[in-house]
Each structure stands twice: as C-alpha cells, then as structure tokens.
Ligand binder design. Structure first.
Ligand code: NAD
Length: 283
C-alpha cells in the first residue's frame, strides 16, 4: 500500500513529533487537534525543531520548507476522508480514544489503516469500537519522536498481517526500527520503564533520597542517560499515572500500585515539564 496522505490526531508533544517525521519522509500530513491553542503550539514546535536542524546542518533550508509545505493544520476529523493512514496521539484515556476511533471509522475510506500511539491501552479494545479491527494497530513512538529510533508495533487480537506489514514498512520509511509486540498492558517499553519510574517516586515519597539524588544514582550508577524522575517530568506525570493505572488494572497485581505522591502531583496540576512543574521546576 502506498502511503501518501496521513493524519495525526493530537498536536501535543508526541503528535507534533510524529507529524514532523511523517512530513519529512514525504507524506502529506494533516495535524489535528480539538484545542486551537495546542494546534498552533504544535505547528510552531515543528517549525522550531526544523529550524534547529537547519542550524545544526542536519537538513537544508530547502528540506525544511518542503517539509513545512507538506504539513497542514486541521480542526476537524472530517479532513481524514482521503487519508491512507491515521495516527492517533490524543491523551491516554480510553473513552477519548474510543470516541476518536468510532468517528474515524465512519469518516475514513474503507482501506485506511487506523493506528494509535497509545503507551499502554489495549489495541484490541480500541479496535473493537470500529468495523475494521483488522486494520487497527498500535504504533508506539518514543519521545522525542524525531530523535528516538524505536517504534513498538502492536498487533491487536484481530490485526491482519497486511496491516502489520504496511505499518512496519511505514516505520522503516520514517527511519525507525520497529519491534513486533503483542497486546498486553504496557506492551514492552512501559511494562519495564513505568514500574521503575513509579519505584523512583516511592523512593522520594518514603524519604529515602531527594529527586536529584535518585536521578544521580541512576545516571552515574546505572549509566542511564537521564534519571527516572527527570524522565517522568519529560514524559508527563499525568501520562505516567495513566500508564500505571492501566498496568495495575490490567494485571490486578499490587506491585503496579501507583505511588500516592504521583497521584498528588497530578491532582495539583504538576504534570512535569509541560506544566512548568513536576519533580523539578521549569521556566
Ligand atoms: P499531550 O498532552 O502533550 O497531547 C495530547 C493532545 O491531544 C493535546 O494537544 C490535546 O489538546 C489533544 N486532544 C485531546 N483530545 C483530543 C481529541 N478528541 N481530538 C483531537 N485532539 C485531542 O500528550 P502526549 O504526551 O503527546 O501523549 C499523547 C499520546 O501519546 C498518549 O496516548 C500517550 O500515552 C502517548 N505517548 C506519550 C509519550 C510521552 O513520552 N509523552 C510517549 C509515547 C506515547
């Protein structure tokens, strides 16, 4: 299947990165968001990233302009009618995602593939709200999308081989390496990463060490490029909490219980870097 037209839904940190790499690979990309401010910020961020890439001589000014010309802001899902692939990157909430997928199922052409960038929610459940579960798949990019090489490609119960192959080929055309993953809570990346982040938060909660010291232990002691609390701030504490809830509910195992301090920060609106405050403060 030739993928020319793509819509990315959700212009937040993930959606704008996904839209950027799709446009850089030559696709016509619609970036959609229900929030006009978020859409503007997302489009602006893409331009900023591309300008930085020109300054670092990774791409030419001409490539930047061509990429921007392939990108269009979209305020309505109806624009997805001509798309070959739609990649959803709205907030990590099943009701919101299910609503988007059931609308997309009615709007998009019959052979369009509907992909989700969910970090942890069941692909099979998202697919079940559509009449084309064999064309629904997980395409889990890592943050920041233009930099990170990995995409977890997650097969729902009914995802067809054809859909899997098309999306694997698309990931390769975006210069990403994909791994095939089955549909279990947290997939591979977040089943391993999130309990580590949650444990780091418990370490702070129980007064074992400060956030700075926890991060230093993991950076200098374990050779992690970034400490787990810095990483949690970067991912978004709301997203971390959503994922822990999915693991906790999905496995029914108390080892996945979200740390009360994580809940408290999210309730306070301390969502990490995107809100200016999390375990650290940001300008
Ligand atoms: P974000 O909060 O930065 O962005 C979400 C965007 O979705 C917002 O701009 C919001 O306005 C928009 N939105 C909400 N409802 C919408 C709707 N119905 N239609 C269109 N737009 C809508 O979140 P994010 O960090 O970009 O995460 C998005 C998805 O990617 C989540 O499923 C998350 O789990 C997943 N993800 C996140 C990371 C990460 O590190 N943050 C990594 C991999 C995957």
């Amino acid at each position: 299947m030739d993928i020319k037209n793509v819509m990315v839904i959700g212009a937040g940190q993930m959606g704008s990165g996904i839209a950027q790499v799709c446009a850089q690979s030559g696709c016509n990309v619609l970036l959609n968001d229900t929030n006009e401010g978020a859409l503007k910020t997302g489009m602006k961020n893409i331009e900023k990233h591309l300008t930085r890439s020109v300054e670092k001589e990774r791409i030419t000014e001409e490539e930047k302009n061509e990429t921007l010309n392939r990108l269009t802001a979209s305020k309505t899902l109806d624009d997805a009618a001509d798309c070959d692939v739609v990649i959803e990157a709205v907030i990590e909430n099943m009701d919101v995602k299910a609503d988007v997928f059931s609308k997309l199922d009615k709007i998009t052409k019959k052979d369009a593939i509907l992909a989700t960038n969910t970090s942890s929610l069941p692909i099979t459940e998202i697919a079940a709200v559509t009449n084309r579960p064999e064309q629904v798949i997980g395409m889990h990019f890592m943050n920041p999308v233009p930099v990170m090489k990995l995409v977890e490609v997650i097969r729902g119960l009914q995802t067809s081989d054809k859909t899997y192959e098309t999306i694997t080929e698309m990931a390769a055309s975006l210069n990403k390496t994909s791994v095939e993953v089955n549909d279990f809570p947290g997939f591979v990346a977040n089943r391993i990463l999130m309990p580590m982040i949650n444990e780091a938060i418990y370490t702070v909660y129980e007064g074992v060490a400060s956030p700075e010291d926890v991060d230093t232990v993991m950076k200098l002691g374990m050779n992690h490029p970034m400490g787990p609390l810095t990483l949690a701030d970067f991912i978004g504490l709301d997203t971390c909490l959503f994922i822990m809830e999915v693991l906790y509910e999905g496995f029914g195992d108390s080892k996945y219980r979200p740390c009360p301090l994580l809940r408290k920060y999210v309730k306070a609106g301390w969502l990490g870097k995107k809100s200016g405050r999390g375990f650290y403060q940001y300008n």
